[in-house]
Design a protein around this ligand. Structure first.
Ligand SMILES: Nc1nc2c(c(=O)[nH]1)N[C@@H](CNc1ccc(C(=O)N[C@@H](CCC(=O)O)C(=O)O)cc1)CN2
Ligand SMILES: CC(C)(CO)C(=O)C(=O)O
Length: 272
């Protein structure tokens, strides 16, 4: 059903037109049931390459493959009825040339039914983004902390401090000039998130880039407390959900050990 899904979801054009309007609500999802939850709450559902770290236990996003993105993209699309679904281009699938990027982006859209791709990089990816957009593939940009460049950046550090601010601003402008419909700003000082948001005519979607962005995105597992390897500062606000999840699991373990679970009324078996 993926390739023939009717176009009834929020479109990239509608997202772009929301600049300056209601804040864009965005979350990641990697599976059908979680996509259903996110679809009900969000404007944009991202099948992020964070799936590698969050669901597969990889140490970074560098080991994520096209096959993983397609499999999770297909699962997510089965849960989407109204949000715009964007699928991440994994490391190594687009950097070599615009032609390589088109080959892989078209495969992602054809095999998942999603309507847009996201890729990391600004000035050096301008030609590639323009190449995809000219050929009918809506692109979401991603600048600032670009996790696929974690080794070059020396860790998941704040980007765009002091003299580095101009580089991130130039990257954001390049993404816009290439024709992207929106851009993710990851881990920037609040003032820079605000400046870029004011300078651009496309929506900025922030993650750790301050409240002035046109929208916000989070990894849903961080919010629900299902990812324990690290806690980015920007999800601490939702830490009570993580604590509740931990408490629920502890209560379950206690119930099982006390033989208090499940009662006959919860049995799957036939009543006798
Ligand atoms: N689950 C989860 N996984 C992710 C992301 C996320 O959003 N959540 N986003 C991408 C990676 N980006 C980040 C952004 C911030 C942090 C971060 O902030 N980490 C530590 C330490 C950072 C450091 O080394 O300075 C902290 O304490 O907050 C880590 C990965 C891909 N994987
Ligand atoms: C949400 C975000 C922006 C975090 O890096 C992302 O790109 C992902 O989940 O892969």
């Amino acid at each position: 059903m993926s390739a023939s899904t009717p176009i009834r979801t929020l479109t990239p054009q509608a997202v772009k037109a929301q600049k300056g309007g209601a804040p864009l609500v965005c979350l990641t999802a990697y599976t059908t049931p979680v996509a259903r939850l996110a679809d009900a709450a969000c404007d944009i559902v991202l099948v992020g390459d964070s799936v590698g770290m969050v669901l597969h236990g990889l140490p970074s996003t560098l080991g994520v493959s096209m096959e993983m993105m397609i499999l999770h993209g297909q699962a997510v699309m089965r849960g989407i009825t109204r949000a715009l679904c964007v699928v991440d281009m994994p490391f190594g699938s687009y950097e070599e040339s615009p032609a390589q990027a088109f080959r892989n982006a078209s495969r992602l859209l054809a095999q998942t039914g999603a309507s847009a791709v996201k890729l990391e990089g600004g000035v050096h990816m301008k030609e590639t983004i323009a190449f995809l957009v000219a050929r009918g593939i809506p692109v979401m940009g991603h600048v600032g902390l670009t996790p696929q460049a974690v080794h070059a950046l020396g860790g998941y550090k704040v980007q765009g401090r002091d003299e580095d601010a101009q580089r991130v601003m130039d990257d954001a402008r390049a993404v816009q000039e290439a024709g992207a419909f929106a851009v993710v700003l990851e881990k920037l000082p609040r003032i820079l998130g605000e400046s870029i948001t004011q300078a651009l005519t496309i929506p900025t979607i922030g993650i750790g880039a301050g409240p002035e962005c046109d929208g916000q995105i989070l990894v849903i597992d961080d919010m629900l407390g299902l990812f324990a390897d690290f806690k980015p500062k920007f999800v601490k606000r939702y830490a009570h959900l993580a604590e509740q999840a931990e408490q629920a699991l502890a209560a379950y373990a206690q119930d099982v050990r006390a033989r208090a679970f499940p009662g006959p009324e919860h049995s799957f078996g036939e009543r006798s």
